[in-house]
Design a protein around this ligand. Structure first.
Ligand code: ADP
Length: 166
């Protein structure tokens, strides 16, 4: 039986750290669905459609990867995709507490679903979507942090914001 894994997240926007997890999990599982969460509690910089588009562009040369979006409870989405695994990336101890809580509740909701943690590649341990947005906002260079299409999208976003202020 093939193993379908779901890698959920905000991906606002996707970074090279996320892409590293995507690439590595595609070697472990038969099919990886990268699922963008439509979270009404957060105000994202990019719309769900924009985030999906950037992920599609960044993963277009990778095999067995699919990009999707979902809202509501993760476990309901996992069941709808008939997936058996949730993939999450771990950067530092600070990620651990929340991730342990989320994995525990998901296991309580469905004992057939396993959460699989992948340690970040050391070179990306400092990298987050929030840091990327902060750096881009002040026009600093994000070349080594995100794929080219995301860099261009950030420039457009913050360019727009500057234009609107004028
Ligand atoms: P969320 O809002 O669900 O935390 P994110 O888009 O911030 O969404 O992160 C999605 C997943 O990717 C999480 O498991 C997070 O820990 C992981 N992640 C984020 N940045 C990195 C990175 N630089 N290296 C490895 N994993 C990462």
């Amino acid at each position: 039986m093939s193993t379908v894994a779901v890698y959920p997240g905000s991906f606002d926007p996707v970074t090279n750290g996320h892409l590293d997890i995507i690439e590595r999990s595609a070697k472990v599982f038969d099919h990886v669905v990268v699922a963008v969460l439509h979270n009404r509690n957060k105000t994202p910089l990019f719309s769900v459609e924009e985030r999906v588009q950037m992920l599609k562009e960044a993963t277009k040369d990778m095999a067995n990867i699919e990009i999707d979006a979902f809202h509501g409870l993760l476990i309901d989405y996992i069941r709808s995709r008939e997936a058996g695994v949730i993939v999450r990336g771990l950067r530092a101890v600070s990620d651990f507490e929340y991730e342990m809580q989320a994995a525990s509740i998901n296991r309580k909701l469905d004992t057939n679903v396993e959460t699989f943690f992948m340690m970040t590649n050391n070179q990306y341990s400092y990298l987050s979507s929030s840091i990327v947005k902060e750096v881009a906002k002040y026009n600093a260079d994000v070349t080594d942090l995100v794929p080219q299409s995301v860099k261009a999208a950030l420039q457009r976003k913050y360019g727009e914001a500057v234009d609107q202020k004028d």
